[in-house]
Design a protein around this ligand. Structure first.
Ligand code: M6R
Length: 606
């Protein structure tokens, strides 16, 4: 949430700051700002409400040749989106950008009598606090350290001083920060994507660390001012992965690249000929895998729904395995109890989601073995889990998550196969799952190639509705939840997902002409039961779009028959049709597909 950039070197800072902010814009787009410092101690502060493009339009009249600067793109927590609340915040010579939340900002504010507060933000309090310790005899890093010792909350910060154009101070506690090492240049970013094309060498700051970034290098220390040695790592994201590559939107690109990303997820892990699955990185012996009796899955939003779908597959795959799934935002405050021989699967695209991270830390504190199923390489969760799997789906830029869902659900399924094989149980289904995993990328490719136009046409005709209900049974229940989330978050149509069997317990009361319904139906042992739910909605004047793999008669306003040879994994194929549907509805409504209102990609605050 929010994006931070910074640079200090020999080249002009503004171009990097703007390019970095564009790349991080998906982390928040309520306002943006930059400050650069000249060699003769003048600060050029530019801030604008709205997207980075609004900030960029200010540069024309305010071009600076300064070679040091910091920038920020904001997702509002304290204070409305406005220029006044935009970062950087200034106090005296100090300019500061911040991700996270300073929980005790009100208390701190009362002690800062010398500063006239202009914004409603917690960040301005932190800037004023740093400035209160920053007198003529103090180094900026010491003032920052003293201020942070008083702070309760989470932060990733970058600080510059008009008095000193030779260093940027950065610090982290709970909000990611990466320092890129270039040739006589040092870069700062809250996400590796802002560093691509500038450097491949980076230091991932840990919680409690402060860094002094200079043109010729970086020095790390802790909050007690003790030096720490830095570990430089290589960033392995290529430029192509963060570009639209000819697509109109990142969302469409990310939906359409699923066959490719899924092949990467499966590559080297599923061996169809030998009917084997092997995930590297679990850090579990075969005996430890065989001994697993309980799997608990945690995540938020789409990651949670991928976990929910994965839980159905784990139950099908492994006889006697107990599986539960929890929303991380709920679990973290519950008095939950976990049996012995539990393994926790921590699902996250960004690897930075605050609620998921908090759960992970609590699970670790209780001695539970934690495994990550993560996309973002080097992210905090990926670094803190005991073991796990990178899903190799490449960066997701669009705020709405699509390819992550598919690859995460598939990875949980692979994990299930591995447990089943270690335990020697469920041999029949294991073979079928392996075969379908192998076929899945081609089946998804076929949906994209063969149904895109039909779905676009359908979407245009249903885009005028105000409300939508998605429903499905069994493995299609999580898919219904995900379909509703996708539609609501980008098209703003109020959409809810339900287990089909639950409709008659309340939700069916909603059905009227302002609603349409998406009925997800598989041609399996639940087909007739699914038709009963559909009939009940039809009887009340529903406007149903049925999405199914069945060629049997289905009575609905529209029936989208997806021709697939898959059975167990067909829900993932139907889900791609839903993703395309949400995309085309949003395009038809003319909304911002990749950066929907009020949202940000990586939710690093509570
Ligand atoms: O990065 P994570 O996977 O941990 O993110 C979890 C959710 O914030 C995320 O899936 C969110 O629900 C997306 N906007 C859904 O499209």
């Amino acid at each position: 949430m929010c994006g931070i950039v910074g640079c200090i070197g020999k080249k002009e800072a503004q171009p990097y700051l703007i390019s970095g902010l564009h790349r991080l814009e998906y982390r928040g787009y309520d306002s943006a700002g930059i400050v650069t410092i000249s060699n003769d101690n003048k600060a050029t502060l530019l801030r604008a409400k709205g997207k980075v493009s609004s900030l960029e339009s200010l540069i024309g009249k305010n071009t600076s040749k300064d070679t040091i600067g910091i920038g920020h793109t904001r997702w509002a927590t304290h204070g409305e989106p406005s220029e006044t609340n935009a970062h950087p915040h200034q106090s005296g010579n100090v300019y500061l950008v911040h991700n996270g939340i300073i929980e005790n900002y009100k208390e701190l504010k009362t002690s800062l009598k010398d500063h006239v507060f202009k914004s409603q933000t917690d960040t301005e309090v932190l800037a004023a606090l740093v400035n209160s310790f920053y007198n003529n005899d103090t180094e900026l890093v010491d003032a920052v350290t003293q201020a942070l010792q008083l702070v309760v909350g989470t932060y990733g910060i970058a600080v510059v001083s008009a008095r000193n154009p030779d260093e940027i101070i950065v610090a982290r506690s709970g909000s990611p920060l990466i320092i890129g090492i270039g040739d006589d240049e040092t870069y700062i970013a809250s996400d590796a994507s802002a560093l691509i094309g500038y450097t491949t060498q980076a230091i991932y700051l840990n919680d409690g660390e402060i860094a002094v970034c200079r043109r010729d290098g970086v020095k790390l220390r802790d909050l007690a001012a003790q030096p720490i040695s830095a570990q430089v790592e290589t960033i392995e994201i290529d430029m192509q992965a963060i570009q639209k590559q000819g697509y109109d939107h990142f969302l469409l690109k990310e939906i359409c690249e699923q066959p490719v990303t899924l092949r990467s997820t499966l590559s080297g892990r599923v061996n169809v000929e030998d009917e084997l699955v092997k995930l590297g990185g679990l850090n579990l012996t075969v005996e430890e895998i065989r001994d697993i009796e309980h799997v608990t899955i945690i995540g938020c939003g789409t990651a949670y729904y991928a976990g929910l779908l994965g839980s159905y597959y784990l139950e099908q795959l492994v006889d006697g395995l107990t599986v539960d799934v929890a929303m991380a935002s709920e679990l973290r405050y519950r008095s939950f109890h976990l049996p012995k021989k539990t393994v926790a699967l921590v699902i996250s695209q960004s690897g930075e989601t605050a609620d998921t991270l908090a759960c992970l830390r609590e699970l670790k504190r209780r001695g539970v073995k934690t495994l990550g199923i993560i996309i973002a390489v080097g992210s905090t969760i990926a670094r803190e889990v005991d073991g796990g799997v990178y899903v190799h789906a490449g960066p997701e830029i669009s705020v709405a998550s699509t390819k992550a869902f598919t690859s995460q659900a598939v990875t949980i399924t692979m994990f299930g196969v591995q447990i089943a094989q270690a335990k020697g149980s469920g041999a029949k289904d294991v073979a079928k799952f392996i075969k379908e995993l192998d076929q899945l990328p081609n089946e998804i490719e076929a949906v994209i190639n063969n149904y895109k136009d039909r779905i676009a046409d359908l979407a245009k005709r249903y885009a005028h509705y105000e409300h939508a209900i998605f429903f499905g049974r069994d493995t299609l229940y999580p898919v219904a939840l995900e379909g509703a989330l996708k539609l609501k978050e980008i098209s703003y149509i109020q959409a809810e997902g339900f287990a089909a069997g639950e409709l008659k317990h309340g939700p069916i009361a909603l059905v009227d002409d302002t609603f349409f319904e998406v009925a997800l139906i598989l041609d399996n042992w639940l087909f007739d039961k699914s038709l009963s739910g559909l009939a009940e909605v039809n009887a009340r004047g529903g406007h149903i779009i049925a999405i199914t793999n069945s060629k049997k008669q289905i009575d609905a306003e529209e029936v989208l028959v997806i021709d697939t040879k898959l059975d167990l994994l067909a829900p993932l194929v139907l889900n791609v049709a839903q993703q395309l549907f949400a995309y085309y509805v949003t395009v038809a409504k003319g909304f911002d597909v990749d950066q929907p209102r009020n949202l940000a990609k990586s939710v690093t605050v509570e």
